[in-house]
Design a protein around this ligand. Structure first.
Ligand code: ATP
Ligand code: MG
Length: 581
Protein backbone atom coordinates (compact mmCIF):
# COMPACT_ATOMS: atom_id res chain seq x y z
CA UNK A 1 0.00 0.00 0.00
CA UNK A 2 1.43 3.42 -0.83
CA UNK A 3 1.50 6.22 1.67
CA UNK A 4 -0.82 8.28 -0.54
CA UNK A 5 -3.63 5.72 -0.33
CA UNK A 6 -3.11 5.34 3.40
CA UNK A 7 -3.26 9.10 3.88
CA UNK A 8 -6.38 9.34 1.78
CA UNK A 9 -8.38 6.66 3.57
CA UNK A 10 -7.26 8.04 6.89
CA UNK A 11 -8.21 11.58 5.91
CA UNK A 12 -11.69 10.40 4.90
CA UNK A 13 -12.19 8.64 8.19
CA UNK A 14 -10.97 11.61 10.18
CA UNK A 15 -12.97 14.15 8.22
CA UNK A 16 -16.08 12.27 9.24
CA UNK A 17 -15.41 12.32 12.95
CA UNK A 18 -12.97 15.01 13.95
CA UNK A 19 -13.02 18.79 14.12
CA UNK A 20 -10.65 21.02 12.16
CA UNK A 21 -7.36 20.89 14.11
CA UNK A 22 -6.07 24.27 13.01
CA UNK A 23 -9.29 25.95 14.04
CA UNK A 24 -9.19 24.19 17.40
CA UNK A 25 -5.61 25.38 17.89
CA UNK A 26 -6.77 28.98 17.56
CA UNK A 27 -9.61 28.72 20.04
CA UNK A 28 -7.85 26.62 22.68
CA UNK A 29 -6.76 28.24 25.94
CA UNK A 30 -5.14 26.86 29.10
CA UNK A 31 -7.85 28.50 31.22
CA UNK A 32 -10.46 26.47 29.42
CA UNK A 33 -8.39 23.31 29.91
CA UNK A 34 -8.06 24.12 33.61
CA UNK A 35 -11.78 24.66 33.91
CA UNK A 36 -12.40 21.11 32.72
CA UNK A 37 -10.79 19.86 35.92
CA UNK A 38 -12.40 19.97 39.36
CA UNK A 39 -9.74 21.80 41.32
CA UNK A 40 -10.05 22.10 45.08
CA UNK A 41 -11.55 25.00 47.07
CA UNK A 42 -9.66 28.32 47.19
CA UNK A 43 -7.74 27.76 43.97
CA UNK A 44 -5.99 24.66 45.29
CA UNK A 45 -5.25 21.57 43.24
CA UNK A 46 -3.97 18.03 43.64
CA UNK A 47 -3.07 15.65 40.82
CA UNK A 48 -4.41 12.69 42.83
CA UNK A 49 -7.80 14.34 43.17
CA UNK A 50 -8.05 14.88 39.41
CA UNK A 51 -6.80 11.38 38.61
CA UNK A 52 -8.96 9.44 41.07
CA UNK A 53 -11.27 11.17 43.57
CA UNK A 54 -12.98 13.20 40.88
CA UNK A 55 -14.20 10.15 38.94
CA UNK A 56 -15.69 8.59 42.05
CA UNK A 57 -17.40 11.88 42.91
CA UNK A 58 -18.84 11.92 39.39
CA UNK A 59 -20.27 8.42 39.69
CA UNK A 60 -17.62 6.47 37.77
CA UNK A 61 -16.11 4.65 40.75
CA UNK A 62 -16.94 1.20 39.37
CA UNK A 63 -14.95 1.69 36.17
CA UNK A 64 -11.65 -0.18 36.02
CA UNK A 65 -8.80 2.27 36.40
CA UNK A 66 -5.96 -0.19 36.21
CA UNK A 67 -5.75 -3.69 34.83
CA UNK A 68 -2.50 -5.18 36.02
CA UNK A 69 -1.00 -8.18 34.22
CA UNK A 70 1.71 -10.00 36.14
CA UNK A 71 4.77 -11.63 34.65
CA UNK A 72 3.13 -15.04 34.87
CA UNK A 73 -0.14 -13.85 33.41
CA UNK A 74 -2.06 -13.28 36.66
CA UNK A 75 -4.39 -10.30 36.52
CA UNK A 76 -5.67 -7.78 38.98
CA UNK A 77 -8.34 -5.18 38.27
CA UNK A 78 -8.53 -2.03 40.37
CA UNK A 79 -11.54 0.21 39.96
CA UNK A 80 -11.35 3.97 40.44
CA UNK A 81 -13.12 3.56 43.80
CA UNK A 82 -10.63 0.89 44.87
CA UNK A 83 -7.72 3.10 43.81
CA UNK A 84 -9.14 5.92 45.95
CA UNK A 85 -9.30 3.59 48.96
CA UNK A 86 -5.85 2.10 48.41
CA UNK A 87 -4.16 5.46 47.86
CA UNK A 88 -5.91 6.74 51.00
CA UNK A 89 -4.44 3.86 52.97
CA UNK A 90 -1.01 4.60 51.56
CA UNK A 91 -1.35 8.30 52.41
CA UNK A 92 -2.38 7.36 55.96
CA UNK A 93 0.69 5.13 56.30
CA UNK A 94 2.91 8.05 55.29
CA UNK A 95 1.19 10.34 57.78
CA UNK A 96 1.50 7.78 60.54
CA UNK A 97 5.26 7.72 60.02
CA UNK A 98 5.51 11.46 60.30
CA UNK A 99 5.86 12.31 56.62
CA UNK A 100 3.99 15.35 55.42
CA UNK A 101 3.61 17.93 52.69
CA UNK A 102 6.88 18.70 50.94
CA UNK A 103 8.68 15.49 51.96
CA UNK A 104 10.01 13.36 49.14
CA UNK A 105 9.17 9.75 48.49
CA UNK A 106 11.05 7.68 45.92
CA UNK A 107 9.90 4.43 44.39
CA UNK A 108 12.19 1.68 43.26
CA UNK A 109 10.34 -1.36 42.01
CA UNK A 110 9.08 -3.03 38.87
CA UNK A 111 5.66 -2.31 37.42
CA UNK A 112 3.71 -3.75 40.35
CA UNK A 113 0.20 -2.45 41.03
CA UNK A 114 1.58 -1.03 44.30
CA UNK A 115 3.81 1.32 42.34
CA UNK A 116 0.74 3.05 40.96
CA UNK A 117 -0.93 3.14 44.37
CA UNK A 118 2.24 4.57 45.92
CA UNK A 119 2.60 7.25 43.24
CA UNK A 120 -0.91 8.61 43.70
CA UNK A 121 -1.00 8.02 47.46
CA UNK A 122 2.16 10.08 47.76
CA UNK A 123 0.67 12.95 45.78
CA UNK A 124 -2.57 12.67 47.72
CA UNK A 125 -0.63 13.18 50.96
CA UNK A 126 1.05 16.28 49.52
CA UNK A 127 4.49 14.68 49.21
CA UNK A 128 6.73 14.86 46.17
CA UNK A 129 7.00 11.64 44.18
CA UNK A 130 10.16 10.58 42.39
CA UNK A 131 10.11 7.27 40.52
CA UNK A 132 13.39 5.49 39.84
CA UNK A 133 13.88 2.73 37.32
CA UNK A 134 14.09 -0.58 39.18
CA UNK A 135 17.12 -1.91 37.29
CA UNK A 136 19.36 0.94 38.41
CA UNK A 137 22.43 -0.16 40.33
CA UNK A 138 23.41 1.28 43.75
CA UNK A 139 25.44 4.18 42.37
CA UNK A 140 22.75 5.75 40.13
CA UNK A 141 20.29 5.26 43.00
CA UNK A 142 22.57 7.00 45.46
CA UNK A 143 23.18 10.04 43.22
CA UNK A 144 19.50 10.48 42.49
CA UNK A 145 18.50 10.11 46.14
CA UNK A 146 21.19 12.54 47.14
CA UNK A 147 20.24 15.13 44.53
CA UNK A 148 16.58 14.87 45.50
CA UNK A 149 17.15 14.47 49.27
CA UNK A 150 14.89 11.44 49.54
CA UNK A 151 12.96 11.15 52.83
CA UNK A 152 11.27 7.85 52.09
CA UNK A 153 11.47 5.04 49.61
CA UNK A 154 9.07 2.27 48.72
CA UNK A 155 10.72 -0.83 47.32
CA UNK A 156 10.94 -4.63 47.57
CA UNK A 157 12.96 -6.58 50.14
CA UNK A 158 15.20 -7.99 47.44
CA UNK A 159 16.00 -4.62 45.88
CA UNK A 160 16.54 -3.15 49.34
CA UNK A 161 19.07 -5.82 50.31
CA UNK A 162 20.93 -5.68 47.01
CA UNK A 163 20.98 -1.97 46.39
CA UNK A 164 19.79 0.29 49.18
CA UNK A 165 20.90 -1.22 52.51
CA UNK A 166 24.51 -0.22 52.06
CA UNK A 167 23.60 3.30 50.96
CA UNK A 168 21.60 4.23 54.01
CA UNK A 169 24.44 5.94 55.83
CA UNK A 170 25.22 7.99 52.75
CA UNK A 171 21.68 9.38 52.61
CA UNK A 172 20.89 10.83 56.02
CA UNK A 173 17.64 12.37 54.78
CA UNK A 174 16.18 8.89 54.23
CA UNK A 175 13.95 8.24 57.26
CA UNK A 176 11.47 5.62 56.10
CA UNK A 177 11.91 2.52 53.98
CA UNK A 178 8.66 0.80 53.05
CA UNK A 179 8.91 -2.78 51.83
CA UNK A 180 6.23 -4.47 49.73
CA UNK A 181 4.69 -7.50 51.39
CA UNK A 182 4.36 -8.73 54.94
CA UNK A 183 7.95 -8.88 56.10
CA UNK A 184 10.73 -6.35 56.13
CA UNK A 185 14.48 -6.37 56.80
CA UNK A 186 15.78 -4.59 59.90
CA UNK A 187 15.29 -0.87 59.90
CA UNK A 188 12.46 -1.07 57.36
CA UNK A 189 8.68 -1.18 57.58
CA UNK A 190 6.56 -3.89 55.92
CA UNK A 191 3.88 -2.19 53.86
CA UNK A 192 1.36 -5.05 53.86
CA UNK A 193 0.30 -4.94 57.52
CA UNK A 194 0.49 -1.14 57.57
CA UNK A 195 -1.88 -0.84 54.62
CA UNK A 196 -4.26 -3.38 56.16
CA UNK A 197 -4.38 -1.45 59.43
CA UNK A 198 -4.71 1.99 57.86
CA UNK A 199 -8.03 3.71 57.27
CA UNK A 200 -9.24 3.83 53.68
CA UNK A 201 -10.41 7.40 54.12
CA UNK A 202 -8.02 10.29 53.66
CA UNK A 203 -8.73 13.86 52.73
CA UNK A 204 -6.57 14.72 49.74
CA UNK A 205 -4.18 17.50 50.73
CA UNK A 206 -5.03 20.72 48.89
CA UNK A 207 -1.87 21.97 47.18
CA UNK A 208 -0.96 25.27 45.69
CA UNK A 209 -0.80 24.73 41.91
CA UNK A 210 2.86 25.76 42.07
CA UNK A 211 3.76 23.26 44.81
CA UNK A 212 6.18 20.55 43.72
CA UNK A 213 4.58 17.23 42.79
CA UNK A 214 7.22 15.25 40.90
CA UNK A 215 10.94 14.99 40.39
CA UNK A 216 11.92 13.27 37.17
CA UNK A 217 15.45 12.47 36.18
CA UNK A 218 16.30 12.82 32.48
CA UNK A 219 17.47 9.81 30.48
CA UNK A 220 21.15 10.73 30.57
CA UNK A 221 21.50 10.36 26.81
CA UNK A 222 23.72 13.42 26.48
CA UNK A 223 25.38 13.53 29.89
CA UNK A 224 24.73 13.38 33.63
CA UNK A 225 20.98 13.05 34.30
CA UNK A 226 19.25 16.20 35.51
CA UNK A 227 16.48 16.32 38.12
CA UNK A 228 13.54 18.16 36.60
CA UNK A 229 11.00 19.56 39.06
CA UNK A 230 7.31 19.52 38.14
CA UNK A 231 4.33 21.02 39.99
CA UNK A 232 0.69 20.05 40.53
CA UNK A 233 -0.40 22.56 37.88
CA UNK A 234 1.18 20.18 35.32
CA UNK A 235 -2.01 18.12 35.48
CA UNK A 236 -3.72 20.74 33.31
CA UNK A 237 -1.34 19.83 30.53
CA UNK A 238 -1.56 16.09 31.18
CA UNK A 239 -5.33 16.27 30.93
CA UNK A 240 -5.44 18.34 27.74
CA UNK A 241 -2.65 16.54 25.87
CA UNK A 242 -4.18 13.17 26.70
CA UNK A 243 -7.22 14.28 24.75
CA UNK A 244 -5.54 16.34 22.05
CA UNK A 245 -2.57 14.12 21.25
CA UNK A 246 -3.58 10.63 22.33
CA UNK A 247 -7.36 10.61 21.84
CA UNK A 248 -7.94 9.45 25.42
CA UNK A 249 -11.64 9.18 26.16
CA UNK A 250 -13.41 7.96 29.31
CA UNK A 251 -13.57 4.18 29.47
CA UNK A 252 -11.18 3.61 26.56
CA UNK A 253 -8.72 0.74 26.99
CA UNK A 254 -5.26 2.31 26.85
CA UNK A 255 -1.76 0.89 27.09
CA UNK A 256 1.35 2.97 27.63
CA UNK A 257 4.34 0.66 27.50
CA UNK A 258 6.78 3.04 29.22
CA UNK A 259 8.06 2.34 32.74
CA UNK A 260 7.14 4.98 35.34
CA UNK A 261 10.88 5.28 36.02
CA UNK A 262 10.89 7.58 32.98
CA UNK A 263 8.73 10.62 32.53
CA UNK A 264 6.56 9.04 29.81
CA UNK A 265 5.58 6.24 32.16
CA UNK A 266 4.36 8.74 34.76
CA UNK A 267 2.88 11.57 32.69
CA UNK A 268 1.20 9.18 30.22
CA UNK A 269 1.40 5.90 32.14
CA UNK A 270 -0.30 7.20 35.31
CA UNK A 271 -1.52 10.78 35.36
CA UNK A 272 -2.90 11.64 31.93
CA UNK A 273 -4.81 8.37 31.41
CA UNK A 274 -6.40 8.39 34.85
CA UNK A 275 -7.32 12.05 34.70
CA UNK A 276 -9.04 11.25 31.41
CA UNK A 277 -10.91 8.34 32.98
CA UNK A 278 -9.53 5.51 30.87
CA UNK A 279 -8.93 1.89 31.78
CA UNK A 280 -5.19 1.47 31.62
CA UNK A 281 -3.25 -1.71 31.07
CA UNK A 282 -0.08 -2.24 33.08
CA UNK A 283 2.16 -5.10 32.05
CA UNK A 284 4.72 -6.10 34.64
CA UNK A 285 6.88 -7.94 32.09
CA UNK A 286 9.27 -6.47 29.55
CA UNK A 287 8.96 -6.54 25.78
CA UNK A 288 8.35 -9.90 24.23
CA UNK A 289 6.80 -10.05 20.82
CA UNK A 290 4.04 -12.60 21.30
CA UNK A 291 3.24 -11.29 24.74
CA UNK A 292 2.72 -7.79 23.40
CA UNK A 293 0.65 -8.89 20.42
CA UNK A 294 -1.36 -11.04 22.83
CA UNK A 295 -2.04 -8.13 25.18
CA UNK A 296 -3.13 -5.87 22.34
CA UNK A 297 -5.58 -8.51 21.16
CA UNK A 298 -6.80 -10.10 24.41
CA UNK A 299 -7.25 -6.88 26.36
CA UNK A 300 -8.90 -5.15 23.43
CA UNK A 301 -6.44 -2.26 23.57
CA UNK A 302 -7.86 0.75 21.74
CA UNK A 303 -5.11 3.31 22.25
CA UNK A 304 -1.46 2.38 22.41
CA UNK A 305 1.49 4.61 23.26
CA UNK A 306 4.91 3.08 22.72
CA UNK A 307 8.43 3.85 21.52
CA UNK A 308 10.54 3.50 18.37
CA UNK A 309 12.88 0.90 19.89
CA UNK A 310 9.97 -1.45 20.53
CA UNK A 311 8.46 -0.75 17.13
CA UNK A 312 11.77 -1.55 15.45
CA UNK A 313 11.97 -4.82 17.38
CA UNK A 314 8.52 -5.75 16.09
CA UNK A 315 9.51 -4.80 12.56
CA UNK A 316 12.57 -6.96 12.89
CA UNK A 317 10.37 -9.98 13.60
CA UNK A 318 8.53 -9.30 10.34
CA UNK A 319 4.91 -8.80 9.33
CA UNK A 320 4.30 -12.55 9.36
CA UNK A 321 4.70 -12.73 13.14
CA UNK A 322 1.60 -10.55 13.54
CA UNK A 323 -0.56 -12.41 11.05
CA UNK A 324 -2.54 -14.54 13.47
CA UNK A 325 -3.55 -11.69 15.75
CA UNK A 326 -6.71 -9.66 15.55
CA UNK A 327 -6.02 -6.01 16.32
CA UNK A 328 -9.40 -4.71 15.28
CA UNK A 329 -10.04 -2.87 18.58
CA UNK A 330 -7.00 -0.64 18.10
CA UNK A 331 -7.90 2.84 16.98
CA UNK A 332 -4.93 5.07 17.76
CA UNK A 333 -1.18 4.39 17.86
CA UNK A 334 1.42 6.84 19.12
CA UNK A 335 5.16 6.84 19.63
CA UNK A 336 7.67 8.94 21.56
CA UNK A 337 11.21 9.02 22.88
CA UNK A 338 13.29 8.88 19.75
CA UNK A 339 12.79 9.88 16.16
CA UNK A 340 10.32 7.57 14.47
CA UNK A 341 11.61 6.44 11.12
CA UNK A 342 9.14 6.93 8.23
CA UNK A 343 9.26 3.23 7.49
CA UNK A 344 7.93 2.50 10.98
CA UNK A 345 4.95 4.83 10.49
CA UNK A 346 3.85 2.98 7.37
CA UNK A 347 4.56 -0.41 8.92
CA UNK A 348 2.08 0.41 11.70
CA UNK A 349 -0.63 0.91 9.10
CA UNK A 350 0.18 -2.37 7.42
CA UNK A 351 0.22 -4.49 10.54
CA UNK A 352 -2.22 -2.76 12.91
CA UNK A 353 -4.43 -0.95 10.44
CA UNK A 354 -3.31 2.46 11.72
CA UNK A 355 -0.13 4.47 11.32
CA UNK A 356 1.99 5.36 14.34
CA UNK A 357 1.57 8.99 15.35
CA UNK A 358 4.93 10.38 16.39
CA UNK A 359 5.08 13.00 19.10
CA UNK A 360 7.90 14.96 20.67
CA UNK A 361 8.58 16.16 24.19
CA UNK A 362 11.18 15.88 26.94
CA UNK A 363 11.45 15.36 30.68
CA UNK A 364 11.74 19.13 30.95
CA UNK A 365 8.47 19.83 29.13
CA UNK A 366 6.55 17.37 31.34
CA UNK A 367 4.07 16.60 28.57
CA UNK A 368 3.63 16.28 24.82
CA UNK A 369 4.45 19.48 22.93
CA UNK A 370 4.50 18.58 19.25
CA UNK A 371 2.40 15.80 17.79
CA UNK A 372 0.77 14.18 14.84
CA UNK A 373 -2.78 14.30 16.08
CA UNK A 374 -5.58 12.08 14.82
CA UNK A 375 -7.05 14.92 12.82
CA UNK A 376 -3.87 15.70 10.90
CA UNK A 377 -2.48 14.21 7.75
CA UNK A 378 0.69 12.46 8.82
CA UNK A 379 3.86 13.23 6.97
CA UNK A 380 5.92 10.13 7.83
CA UNK A 381 9.18 11.17 9.50
CA UNK A 382 7.75 14.43 10.86
CA UNK A 383 7.00 14.96 14.57
CA UNK A 384 3.84 16.86 13.61
CA UNK A 385 2.74 20.31 14.74
CA UNK A 386 2.69 22.11 18.09
CA UNK A 387 -0.35 21.11 20.14
CA UNK A 388 -3.04 23.64 21.02
CA UNK A 389 -1.61 25.98 23.67
CA UNK A 390 1.99 25.45 22.54
CA UNK A 391 4.04 27.89 20.49
CA UNK A 392 7.15 26.35 19.00
CA UNK A 393 9.85 27.95 16.91
CA UNK A 394 13.15 27.19 15.24
CA UNK A 395 15.91 29.53 16.37
CA UNK A 396 19.59 30.05 15.84
CA UNK A 397 21.84 31.06 18.73
CA UNK A 398 25.07 31.31 16.84
CA UNK A 399 25.82 34.99 17.53
CA UNK A 400 24.49 35.68 21.00
CA UNK A 401 20.95 36.91 20.42
CA UNK A 402 18.44 34.43 19.06
CA UNK A 403 17.38 34.66 15.45
CA UNK A 404 14.28 33.03 13.95
CA UNK A 405 15.20 30.52 11.29
CA UNK A 406 13.57 30.54 7.88
CA UNK A 407 11.27 27.78 6.63
CA UNK A 408 13.35 24.69 5.91
CA UNK A 409 16.38 25.98 7.81
CA UNK A 410 17.84 23.80 10.56
CA UNK A 411 17.95 25.41 13.99
CA UNK A 412 17.25 24.70 17.64
CA UNK A 413 13.74 23.70 18.58
CA UNK A 414 12.41 26.26 21.06
CA UNK A 415 9.14 26.74 22.95
CA UNK A 416 7.45 29.82 24.39
CA UNK A 417 7.51 29.27 28.18
CA UNK A 418 4.30 29.19 30.16
CA UNK A 419 2.62 25.85 29.46
CA UNK A 420 1.46 24.23 32.72
CA UNK A 421 3.81 21.21 32.82
CA UNK A 422 7.01 23.12 32.14
CA UNK A 423 9.73 22.15 34.62
CA UNK A 424 10.16 24.72 37.35
CA UNK A 425 13.81 23.90 38.14
CA UNK A 426 16.72 21.57 37.62
CA UNK A 427 17.36 20.45 41.19
CA UNK A 428 20.39 22.25 42.63
CA UNK A 429 21.40 23.53 39.20
CA UNK A 430 19.96 27.06 38.96
CA UNK A 431 22.56 28.19 36.44
CA UNK A 432 21.88 25.34 34.11
CA UNK A 433 18.16 26.08 34.43
CA UNK A 434 18.63 29.77 33.67
CA UNK A 435 20.66 28.88 30.60
CA UNK A 436 17.82 27.07 28.85
CA UNK A 437 15.75 30.26 28.79
CA UNK A 438 16.75 33.04 26.46
CA UNK A 439 14.99 35.96 24.74
CA UNK A 440 11.57 34.64 25.69
CA UNK A 441 12.22 31.07 24.55
CA UNK A 442 12.84 27.74 26.25
CA UNK A 443 15.67 26.07 24.33
CA UNK A 444 15.27 22.31 23.95
CA UNK A 445 18.80 21.34 22.89
CA UNK A 446 17.29 19.47 19.91
CA UNK A 447 17.70 20.54 16.30
CA UNK A 448 14.77 20.56 13.95
CA UNK A 449 13.28 22.38 11.00
CA UNK A 450 9.78 23.53 10.10
CA UNK A 451 8.36 23.05 6.62
CA UNK A 452 6.04 25.35 4.69
CA UNK A 453 2.96 23.56 6.08
CA UNK A 454 4.06 24.13 9.67
CA UNK A 455 5.20 20.53 10.31
CA UNK A 456 8.30 20.05 12.47
CA UNK A 457 11.06 17.63 11.46
CA UNK A 458 13.57 16.30 13.99
CA UNK A 459 17.19 16.55 12.87
CA UNK A 460 19.18 15.43 15.93
CA UNK A 461 20.46 16.51 19.30
CA UNK A 462 22.41 19.73 19.08
CA UNK A 463 25.48 17.76 20.22
CA UNK A 464 24.98 15.12 17.53
CA UNK A 465 24.80 17.36 14.45
CA UNK A 466 27.46 16.52 11.89
CA UNK A 467 29.15 19.23 9.83
CA UNK A 468 30.75 17.75 6.76
CA UNK A 469 32.17 19.73 3.80
CA UNK A 470 29.80 22.61 4.45
CA UNK A 471 26.72 20.37 4.89
CA UNK A 472 24.76 20.07 8.11
CA UNK A 473 23.83 16.44 8.54
CA UNK A 474 21.34 15.17 11.09
CA UNK A 475 21.99 11.60 12.24
CA UNK A 476 18.27 10.77 12.11
CA UNK A 477 18.09 11.31 8.34
CA UNK A 478 21.03 8.99 7.75
CA UNK A 479 19.77 6.38 10.22
CA UNK A 480 16.33 6.34 8.61
CA UNK A 481 17.85 5.75 5.18
CA UNK A 482 20.03 2.95 6.54
CA UNK A 483 17.19 1.04 8.17
CA UNK A 484 15.34 1.01 4.87
CA UNK A 485 17.98 -1.48 3.72
CA UNK A 486 16.60 -5.00 4.14
CA UNK A 487 19.53 -6.13 6.27
CA UNK A 488 19.56 -3.24 8.75
CA UNK A 489 17.57 -3.40 11.98
CA UNK A 490 18.97 -0.37 13.81
CA UNK A 491 21.48 2.32 13.09
CA UNK A 492 23.44 4.90 15.07
CA UNK A 493 25.28 7.62 13.17
CA UNK A 494 28.04 9.97 14.35
CA UNK A 495 30.49 12.47 12.89
CA UNK A 496 34.22 11.90 13.19
CA UNK A 497 36.85 14.62 12.85
CA UNK A 498 38.42 14.76 9.41
CA UNK A 499 41.11 17.11 8.13
CA UNK A 500 39.58 17.89 4.78
CA UNK A 501 35.83 17.56 5.35
CA UNK A 502 35.73 18.82 8.95
CA UNK A 503 33.75 15.74 9.88
CA UNK A 504 32.85 12.51 8.12
CA UNK A 505 29.80 10.35 8.72
CA UNK A 506 30.24 6.95 10.32
CA UNK A 507 27.43 4.48 10.90
CA UNK A 508 26.99 1.62 13.32
CA UNK A 509 24.33 -0.89 12.41
CA UNK A 510 22.80 -4.03 13.84
CA UNK A 511 21.41 -6.58 11.41
CA UNK A 512 18.08 -8.31 10.91
CA UNK A 513 17.87 -12.08 11.41
CA UNK A 514 19.21 -13.95 8.42
CA UNK A 515 21.98 -11.46 7.62
CA UNK A 516 25.64 -11.76 8.56
CA UNK A 517 28.33 -9.10 8.56
CA UNK A 518 30.55 -9.14 5.47
CA UNK A 519 32.51 -6.72 3.34
CA UNK A 520 30.05 -7.20 0.50
CA UNK A 521 27.15 -6.32 2.76
CA UNK A 522 28.98 -3.26 4.03
CA UNK A 523 29.50 -2.08 0.44
CA UNK A 524 25.90 -2.77 -0.40
CA UNK A 525 24.60 -0.79 2.57
CA UNK A 526 26.88 2.13 1.75
CA UNK A 527 25.73 1.99 -1.87
CA UNK A 528 22.09 2.01 -0.75
CA UNK A 529 22.75 5.03 1.50
CA UNK A 530 24.57 6.88 -1.28
CA UNK A 531 21.63 6.37 -3.60
CA UNK A 532 19.18 7.64 -1.01
CA UNK A 533 21.21 10.47 0.49
CA UNK A 534 23.87 11.44 -2.03
CA UNK A 535 27.61 11.01 -1.56
CA UNK A 536 28.04 14.07 0.67
CA UNK A 537 25.65 12.80 3.32
CA UNK A 538 25.99 9.00 3.08
CA UNK A 539 28.26 7.33 5.64
CA UNK A 540 31.87 6.88 4.61
CA UNK A 541 32.08 3.80 6.77
CA UNK A 542 29.53 1.29 8.10
CA UNK A 543 30.44 -1.03 10.94
CA UNK A 544 28.42 -3.93 12.31
CA UNK A 545 27.46 -4.29 15.94
CA UNK A 546 25.37 -6.93 17.66
CA UNK A 547 23.52 -4.21 19.54
CA UNK A 548 23.87 -0.47 19.85
CA UNK A 549 24.51 1.17 23.23
CA UNK A 550 21.19 2.46 24.55
CA UNK A 551 19.80 4.09 27.64
CA UNK A 552 17.46 2.00 29.72
CA UNK A 553 14.65 4.09 28.29
CA UNK A 554 15.63 2.89 24.81
CA UNK A 555 17.58 5.81 23.34
CA UNK A 556 20.65 5.22 21.21
CA UNK A 557 23.65 6.79 23.00
CA UNK A 558 25.50 8.35 20.09
CA UNK A 559 27.82 10.21 22.44
CA UNK A 560 29.09 6.84 23.66
CA UNK A 561 29.70 5.54 20.12
CA UNK A 562 31.71 8.69 19.52
CA UNK A 563 33.65 8.64 22.78
CA UNK A 564 34.65 5.03 22.21
CA UNK A 565 35.62 5.71 18.64
CA UNK A 566 37.83 8.60 19.67
CA UNK A 567 39.15 7.01 22.86
CA UNK A 568 37.59 9.76 25.00
CA UNK A 569 36.14 9.33 28.50
CA UNK A 570 32.70 7.70 28.42
CA UNK A 571 31.14 10.19 30.84
CA UNK A 572 28.06 9.32 32.91
CA UNK A 573 26.82 5.89 31.85
CA UNK A 574 24.45 5.29 34.75
CA UNK A 575 21.51 4.77 32.40
CA UNK A 576 23.31 2.58 29.86
CA UNK A 577 21.50 -0.65 29.13
CA UNK A 578 22.88 -2.71 26.28
CA UNK A 579 26.61 -2.80 25.99
CA UNK A 580 27.73 -5.59 23.75
CA UNK A 581 29.78 -3.54 21.36
P1 ATP B 1 19.46 13.86 28.80
O1 ATP B 1 18.73 15.16 28.75
O2 ATP B 1 19.81 13.45 30.18
O3 ATP B 1 20.60 13.78 27.85
P2 ATP B 1 17.30 12.76 27.26
O4 ATP B 1 17.24 14.09 26.61
O5 ATP B 1 17.37 11.58 26.36
O6 ATP B 1 18.49 12.70 28.31
P3 ATP B 1 14.53 12.62 27.94
O7 ATP B 1 14.00 13.88 28.51
O8 ATP B 1 13.99 11.35 28.45
O9 ATP B 1 16.07 12.57 28.22
O10 ATP B 1 14.35 12.60 26.38
C1 ATP B 1 13.95 13.71 25.62
C2 ATP B 1 14.66 13.71 24.31
O11 ATP B 1 14.33 12.55 23.55
C3 ATP B 1 14.31 14.86 23.41
O12 ATP B 1 15.02 16.04 23.74
C4 ATP B 1 14.69 14.32 22.04
O13 ATP B 1 16.07 14.43 21.78
C5 ATP B 1 14.32 12.85 22.16
N1 ATP B 1 12.96 12.64 21.62
C6 ATP B 1 11.82 12.47 22.30
N2 ATP B 1 10.78 12.30 21.47
C7 ATP B 1 11.26 12.39 20.22
C8 ATP B 1 10.68 12.31 18.92
N3 ATP B 1 9.40 12.09 18.73
N4 ATP B 1 11.51 12.48 17.86
C9 ATP B 1 12.82 12.71 18.03
N5 ATP B 1 13.41 12.78 19.23
C10 ATP B 1 12.66 12.62 20.32
MG1 MG C 1 17.54 15.97 27.34
Amino acid sequence: MTWETIAKTDAERRAAVLPDPDRYRKTFGWDEARAMLDGLPDGKLNIAHEALDRHVAHGDGDRIALRWIGKDGERRDLTYAEMVRQTARFANVLAKHGLSKGDRLYSLMGREAELYIAALGTLKAGLTFSPLFSAFGPEPIRTRMEIGEANAVVTTASIYRRKIAKLRDAIPSLKLVLILGDEAPDGCVALGPEMAAASDAFETVPMDPEDTALIHFTSGTTGRPKGAVHVHEAVVNHAATGRNALELTPGAVYWCTADPGWVTGTSYGIISPLVNGVTMIVDEADFELDRWYGILRDEGVEIWYTAPTAIRMMMRAGTEAARDYDFSKLRFLASVGEPLNPEAVVWGKEVFGHPFHDNWWQTETGGIMIANTAAMDIKPGSMGKPLPGITAGIVDRADGALRDCATGEIGELALRPGWPSMMRAYLHEPERYAKVFQDGWFLSGDLAMRDADGYFWFVGRADDLIKSSGHLIGPFEVESALIEHDAVAEAGVIGLPDETAGEVVKAYVSLNPGFDPSEALERDIRGHARKKLGPAVAPREVVFRKTLPKTRSGKIMRRLLKARELGLPEGDISTLETDES
